[in-house]
Design a protein around this ligand. Sequence first.
Ligand code: H2B
Length: 98
Amino acid sequence: MSKLTAEDIEKRLLSLPEWDYYDDAIHAEFEFENFKDCFSAMSRIAFECEALNHHPDWSNVYNVLNISLTTHSAHGVTEKDFKLAKAIEAIVVPEDED
Ligand SMILES: C[C@H](O)[C@H](O)[C@H]1CNC2=NC(N)=NC(=O)C2=N1
């Protein structure tokens, strides 16, 4: 999978307002009510990562989750990172139920 250009990345980030691009990766920070909610989201994200065979660089401190997505084999950001970012958004920011 080939590395996207900075221009392509910035364009795609318009639909991912929580995410920023720097250091050859896209990054987001999510804050939850407490550790339990944070770790629960991490567990659900982990299943998506396995399904997509694509894995984040991430860290957690109590209720805060920091995620960086990059494609190690491409030394930069690829479509795979955006696919995973969208899946993460669907987990951490559930749509309002009517
Ligand atoms: C063998 C396996 O497909 C690779 O190691 C995958 C797994 N997960 C990965 N995750 C990420 N973020 N980058 C990779 O290049 C990558 N490679």
